[in-house]
Design a protein around this ligand. Structure first.
Ligand SMILES: *[C@@H]1O[C@H](CO)[C@@H](O)[C@H](O)[C@H]1NC(C)=O
Ligand SMILES: *[C@@H]1O[C@H](CO)[C@@H](O)[C@H](O)[C@H]1NC(C)=O
Ligand SMILES: *[C@@H]1O[C@H](CO)[C@@H](O)[C@H](O)[C@H]1NC(C)=O
Ligand SMILES: *[C@@H]1O[C@H](CO)[C@@H](O)[C@H](O)[C@H]1NC(C)=O
Length: 485
């Protein structure tokens, strides 16, 4: 009786708390990018719980993996599915392929209790300069085929195909360039004009990824304050028009100008990716990420918009969870874009009501970890086998994530022993703590002592969810094997 009373009270209090959370309105128009390039992905159902707990109602995916898509069924969360760049050729060259893709990945879920699919992203940043034109001829035909398949299936009025583009397809507003000088890059200008007119005729949005962090990372002369929203920066004056105090607005309005010049001044714009990484570079840390998100979310909540497009904006934050398998070709920060850590913990105080508070987002619950043990360098063995260390570290870091060891990163200050141990442990955890993965020609040793210090976390991996993860680690083994040859 007494017990039951307590339970009833606890339930009642929980309900009151839930109602209090629900009463604070979450900013309208904020979604997240859910990337899955992880050695140990969390259970999608758990991730969906996080989304619901934080009342995030829009997600953008990088493929249409049924494992993830099924977890979103019945939630009402709006979904942007994606077709990776590698498939653009197939989709563009043969309408039957596009039709089949739409049938398998869209129509299958288009029912009551199904998935609320709203957009299909055809490719991801296909015209990025560094792709050197690989997808220039295939993207537009693929877009048209997918939209045609959506139209013919009778869902084209509510599900739109579009192409997420990198902001490098138009001139960037630094180095004395102003938004009103904006236009699409010369090499793709004619093509972009056709694409935006097509998208506009179909009522589809233009999706653009804007990264103030990258502006700062790529240009040593970039004024730091201009990357943020606190108005501390010397404004960029677009003569007789507007003054810009942050690069996000300037970049967005450069796109608006480019669209005007292409004949579609009223085109709807969605920001497909925007965010700030927290490790892997001197400007990638939780302090600056918090500064960025605080300013950005406040701006979103106030529906400030940009000088040329005041009002509500639709954006997808990048990203939801850290991805330890992302390519680091663009930089070590690539694996640290998550607002949540690999195990679903919020990294810094931020909340989606747009009020700058010290409150944290709701993390994952029920995450299971591997055993509390780490792999480190055995100092005794090291004395005898000094010469074997460099190759062992290289081997460990070709698979394990060693990005926190670099300049300006969270584990930069470690001793040489700590550094080597970090690398060994990164590999050991990635390989699910297999004892053979802590051999390193006799240099490795398993310990139960937690070496984490300050910002530097020696991780213990989580129990990976599902088959998909197995596939990823097989790929890892294959890649590691190739690197040894
Ligand atoms: C801006 O100018 C500096 C110095 O001339 C140059 O190094 C940098 O690459 C330029 N940045 C961009 C984004 O063009
Ligand atoms: C922009 O700033 C300049 C000074 O830098 C000022 O003279 C001008 O009035 C400002 N324009 C607007 C539209 O705020
Ligand atoms: C630690 O490792 C990183 C990357 O492997 C390297 O750049 C750095 O110089 C190392 N630090 C020490 C103290 O050896
Ligand atoms: C190791 O220590 C860090 C703090 O220094 C802590 O955040 C982490 O949870 C610890 N790991 C385990 C598995 O106890």
């Amino acid at each position: 009786m007494f017990q039951a009373g307590i339970v009833a009270w606890a339930t009642c209090i929980a309900e009151i708390l839930a109602a209090a959370v629900a009463a604070t309105a979450v900013i309208d128009g904020i979604g997240v990018n859910w990337g899955t390039l992880m050695s140990h992905p969390m259970d999608p159902a758990m991730v969906v719980q996080m989304l619901k707990g934080n009342r995030i109602n829009q997600v953008k995916l990088f493929d249409a993996d049924p494992w993830i898509v099924n977890a979103l069924a019945g939630t009402g969360i709006e979904v942007m599915l994606a077709i990776p760049n590698d498939h653009l050729g197939d989709m563009g060259s043969n309408y039957e392929n596009a039709k089949e893709w739409v049938k398998q990945n869209v129509i299958k879920y288009d029912h009551k209790d199904g998935v609320h699919i709203k957009y299909v992203a055809v490719g991801n940043e296909p015209f990025l300069k560094s792709y050197k034109g690989s997808f220039t001829s295939t993207t537009f035909p693929a877009l048209k085929n997918i939209q045609k398949a959506l139209d013919e299936a009778g869902v084209g009025n509510r599900i739109k195909a579009t192409i997420p583009q990198n902001a490098d397809i138009y001139s960037s507003p630094v180095n004395n360039s102003v938004p009103s000088a904006g236009n699409f890059r010369k090499d793709i200008r004619a093509l972009m004009t056709k694409i935006v007119r097509y998208l506009h005729s179909k009522g589809s949005p233009f999706v653009v990824n804007i990264y103030p962090y990258l502006s700062l990372y790529q240009d040593p002369n970039f004024p730091v304050d201009f990357a943020f929203f606190d108005g501390k920066s010397q404004p960029v004056v677009d003569e007789g028009l507007h003054n810009y105090t942050n690069v996000f607005d300037a970049n967005y309005d450069t796109l608006v100008w480019s669209l005007r010049k292409a004949g579609v001044p009223n085109m709807k714009i969605i920001v497909g990716e925007v965010g700030w990484p927290t490790d892997g570079d001197e400007n990638a840390n939780t302090k600056l990420a918090k500064r960025f998100y605080d300013g950005f979310l406040k701006k979103m909540a106030g529906q400030v918009g940009t000088p040329l497009r005041p009002g509500k904006m639709e954006v997808y934050l990048f990203g939801l969870i850290d991805e330890d398998m992302k390519s680091v070709v663009p930089g070590n920060f690539e694996r640290h874009w998550g607002i949540f850590t690999y195990d679903g913990r919020p990294k810094f105080a931020t909340d989606f009501t747009g009020k700058v508070t010290e409150r944290y987002l709701i993390g994952a619950t029920g995450v299971q970890y591997l055993a509390e043990r780490w792999c480190v360098l055995d100092e005794k063995a090291a004395k005898k086998k000094l010469k074997l260390i460099p190759s062992s570290v290289n081997y460990a870091c070709s698979t394990g994530d060693c990005t926190p060891l670099g300049y300006g990163s969270s584990c930069e200050g470690l001793s040489l022993w700590g550094n080597i141990s970090y690398a060994f442990n990164a590999y050991f955890q990635t390989m699910d703590q297999d004892v053979r993965a802590c051999d390193f020609q006799g240099l490795g040793k398993i310990t139960t002592a937690n070496l984490s210090q300050g910002r530097c976390l020696f991780p213990v991996q989580i129990v990976s969810a599902g088959e998909r993860a197995v596939t990823v680690s097989l790929v890892v083994v294959a890649v590691a094997a190739t690197m040894l040859l």
